[in-house]
Design a binder for this molecule. Structure first.
Ligand SMILES: [Zn+2]
Ligand SMILES: [Zn+2]
Length: 267
């Protein structure tokens, strides 16, 4: 008997196998190509058509500096773990973030997140993935869930759209049914650091055993990493052995009060 390819979990918890999976993949590719042809993304900073950010605007984006702490991406002078992460015993093994959350990256994220430009997920996922090492070993990709009320309000979870693109590009399984968010939390940017950590503790639950699993969490933006850390703790409790997290940008400490939709942004 022919061996079936392993099932792939897709949005909403459905499972696709074999030919249905490849047909769905072809349809997805065709739909994306058609959408890109009909609605080419505009650069979020200068408005030029072609990509979420054009090459010349992207060249002005602030890259996070290296060497950095592997768990929070803050700059380090030696080693790979900062004193704060060591003290807090972070459960995240590696946080991968290429950019600072400042213009023009901030403009692109705002269009994606607050202006319903869902098709920017492909370009933004590709930019985020520039921080991943080529030898990354992961079993599956998990988006950081939004609270159901927040997702209903926005109509989509931007982290899930990014995670779907990351999984597709890495040819990995996307698991959207594993991790749930038990409660909503106030926007992290409005809280001081200690409150943020307290605020998200126990906010997530993993719904099945994960013995030996290596997982890549995906979110759009991280501030202190408190949300990602709370999600990682939930996955660790069910037996995950390695947890990496990927985000497109990190809020600089001095800009942790960036408002959700500052004036003057091209949306
Ligand atoms: Zn531009
Ligand atoms: Zn650190």
């Amino acid at each position: 008997m022919a061996k079936l390819a392993p099932p792939e979990r897709i949005q909403g918890g459905a499972v696709l196998c074999g030919s249905a999976k490849s047909a769905a993949a072809s349809l997805g590719t065709a739909t994306r190509a058609l959408a890109a042809a009909l609605f080419p993304p505009r650069c979020a900073a200068c408005g030029r058509p072609g990509a979420a950010l054009c090459q010349s605007c992207l060249a002005t984006a602030t890259l996070l500096s290296h060497p950095q702490c592997r768990q929070c991406t803050r700059p380090l002078t030696y080693g790979d773990q900062c004193a704060r992460c060591r003290l807090e015993q972070r459960r995240i093994d590696h946080l991968y973030v290429p950019y600072a959350y400042t213009p023009p990256i901030l403009n692109a994220v705002h269009r994606f997140k607050y202006a319903n430009k869902r098709y920017l997920a492909a370009d933004l996922a590709a930019l985020a993935m520039s921080a991943l090492p080529p030898d990354l070993q992961v079993d599956f990709v998990v988006p950081v869930p939004l609270a159901p009320s927040r997702e209903r309000q926005r109509g989509y979870n931007q982290a899930r759209l990014l995670a779907a693109e990351v999984a597709r590009r890495l040819d990995l399984q996307l698991d959207t049914g594993l991790l749930i968010r038990l409660r909503d939390t106030p926007p992290q940017t409005s809280l001081p650091r200690a409150r943020r950590l307290q605020n998200v503790r126990g906010a997530f639950r993993a719904l099945r055993k994960l013995s030996g699993a290596r997982i890549l969490l995906v979110d759009d933006v991280t501030t202190t990493g408190a949300t990602i850390e709370a999600a990682a703790r939930a996955l660790r409790r069910r037996g995950a052995v390695w947890i990496g997290a990927l985000a497109l940008a990190r809020t600089p400490e001095e800009r942790s009060d960036v408002p959700p939709n500052p004036d003057g942004l091209l949306l």
